[in-house]
Design a protein around this ligand. Structure first.
Ligand code: VAH
Length: 315
């Protein structure tokens, strides 16, 4: 059985749906700290679980005979800067709880998400390589960098089969924009439909690595289904799809909504975005487990606007 921790979140919710499609509804138990996403909560087996609590996690693992865990709970970059120690405690204690259960043989396989946030201002900014300088300047990025070190350590020292991907910004429509710096690229579509205008908290030429949720979910399934010997990197794989700026997004949205207008009002998140790469080299992932992205910016725009409009009509 599979347990998704943080299933109400942006990636966690879509992983839950996808893994139920693949393995069957009752093979996937969704869990989160609260009922933050009622559509997800009502979509199948759901448990309220505080994964920071070792005992509660152990009870859940045993109750459902879990052998695979996707640890998707974390505090993201922007929110993490408002609550640094909460971000550190949440992101690290949950990782250690899951890795220790795997070390003791109670879990067979773990997925843990890292992020391009592990890179910092001293990292080469374009086509950022898999192995390079990493001096993250956000608490979130620090938790992801040290989390990668621990994943590799538990694999090498205790044989834990933990697999990880450094996700870029992810765009999706099923959950509202969250506490991420890249979430401007989600909110812009909501605002385009709601008021044909958007006030962007990043400047127009801020290029960031991005990916559509369908690509991110496919990559996650692919890395988890690959044979163990194919996974050569046990810290975390660079993963990329496309890179674009808010200006590029405006051009793409105008193809569908010609009167759409944008204004720019950079805030504290500009400094976070400026510390990250503008594009990523993911040749290792493409080589080791045949990763291939599918969605272009225009395809993302069409899919986002269509699905958000349909969702608004249903509501
Ligand atoms: C964030 N969406 O903005 C996340 C992600 C690379 C960005 O880690 O914090």
């Amino acid at each position: 059985k599979i347990l998704i921790i943080g299933a109400c979140g942006q990636i966690g919710s879509e992983l839950t749906y996808k893994l139920r499609d693949i393995h069957g509804k009752d093979a996937v138990i969704a869990s989160d700290i609260n009922y933050g996403n009622l559509e997800l909560v009502n979509s199948g087996l759901f448990e309220i679980l505080d994964a920071q609590d070792t005992t509660s996690l152990k009870v859940c693992i045993e109750k459902y005979s879990i052998n695979t865990v996707y640890l998707m709970a974390a505090m993201l970059s922007a929110t993490g800067e408002k609550f640094p120690m909460k971000a550190w405690d949440l992101n690290m204690s949950t990782l250690f709880n899951v890795l220790d259960l795997a070390k003791n043989g109670q879990i067979k396989k773990v997925f843990w998400p890292s992020s391009i946030a592990v890179f910092g201002p001293t990292t080469p900014k374009t086509n950022t390589p898999q192995y390079t300088i990493m001096e993250p300047t956000t608490v979130y990025g620090i938790t992801k960098q040290v989390g990668e070190r621990w994943c590799e350590y538990y694999h090498n020292k205790y044989g834990v089969d933990v697999r990880s991907i450094r996700y870029p910004g992810i765009i999706s429509w099923k959950t509202p924009p969250g506490g991420g710096t890249t979430d401007y690229a989600v909110d812009i579509y909501h605002q385009a439909l709601a008021q044909n205008a958007y006030e962007c908290f990043l400047s127009e030429n801020t290029a960031l690595p991005m990916m559509y949720m369908d690509d991110a979910i496919n990559a996650t399934v692919q890395i988890m289904e690959a044979p163990a010997e194919a996974i050569k990197i046990r810290s975390s794989y660079n993963l990329a799809a496309i890179s674009f700026t808010p200006k590029d997004m405006v051009a793409s949205i105008k193809k569908e909504l010609p009167d759409f207008s944008i204004s720019y009002k950079p805030d504290f998140r500009q400094a976070i975005a400026d510390s990250w790469p503008s594009s990523i080299n993911d040749s290792e992932a493409r080589k080791d487990w045949n990763w291939e992205h599918r969605f272009s910016l225009d395809a993302i725009t069409q899919s986002m606007l269509t699905n958000l409009a349909e969702k608004a009509n249903q509501e």
